[in-house]
Ligand binder design. Structure first.
Ligand code: PGA
Length: 254
């Protein structure tokens, strides 16, 4: 039995005051949720404030990115010691916006994933095909490449403890969601590939989140799929009531 996870990716949104106001409004709405893990990923500047506001609750804080090196001359980058110090327990790695807008490749995703694990935090590793990939019938090949490259060298118990988010690029921020059948098909494929990489038991325990235009209205059908263990939510996670509704809907449907 996999515990569902609902993660909010706020991207480049919310000041410290806005992030704190969200958290203050959101925590009471999910105070009774004991059967799902909830993660908030604010921008770096608001990470410490959100983590502090969540202390004493079951809601965790995540960084949206990290550098794999422990420190040094890397202007504009943030280390794992820094995100841990800010109170994060999770890190989003390889989000499609990092890959497509900032040139992150599978090798960088792999370095980050291994560094996050070595630091004792949980990576949420994002994978997903573009529309061109899907139309060229390349979805499975792209997912395989991202899994094999991004997760290279991970032990079975690492694979068991990470979270993988399948986010078709054509569904992110577009209002166009994968159908529950498309999501299930991709998730089942990802789980099979993880099994080939790390064994069936580890693959079976690894949580696979769906991401891409998840909303309160479509969250139940997506989460009801057997290999969908929750969601990574962008736009619809910016409002506390909307994200709380998604949490409630998903945990009942999983
Ligand atoms: P979206 O973003 O829900 O706004 O499509 C999802 C994501 O990028 O993680």
């Amino acid at each position: 039995m996999r515990t569902p996870m609902l993660a909010a990716n706020w991207k480049m949104n919310k000041t410290v005051a806005e992030a704190t106001a969200f958290t203050t409004a959101f925590l009471p709405l999910v105070a009774d949720v004991a059967d799902a893990e909830i993660v908030l990923a604010p921008p770096f500047t608001a990470l410490a404030a959100v983590a502090a506001a969540c202390r004493g609750s079951d809601v965790a804080a995540a960084a949206q990115n990290v550098h794999w090196e422990p420190g040094g001359a890397f202007t504009g980058e943030v280390s794992l010691a820094m995100v841990r110090d800010a109170g994060a327990s999770h890190v989003i790695v390889g989000h499609s916006e990092r890959r497509h807008l900032f040139g992150e490749d599978d090798d960088a995703v792999n370095r980050k994933t291994r560094a996050v694990l070595a630091a004792g935090l949980t990576p949420i590793v994002c994978i997903g095909e573009t529309l061109a990939d899907r139309e060229a019938d390349e979805t499975a090949a792209v997912l395989d490449r991202q899994i094999d490259g991004g997760l290279a060298g991970l032990a079975a118990d690492d694979v068991e403890s990470i979270v993988v988010a399948y986010e078709p690029v054509w569904a992110i921020g577009t209002g166009r969601t994968a159908t529950p059948e498309q999501a299930q098909q991709a998730h089942a494929h990802v789980r099979r590939r993880l099994a080939a990489l790390a064994g069936g038991a580890a693959a079976d325990r690894c949580r696979l989140l769906y991401g891409g235009s998840v909303k309160p209205a479509n969250a139940a059908d997506l989460s009801a799929q057997p290999d969908v263990d929750g969601a990574l939510v962008g736009g619809a996670s910016l409002d506390p009531r909307s994200f709380a509704k998604i949490v409630d809907t998903c945990r009942k449907a999983v």
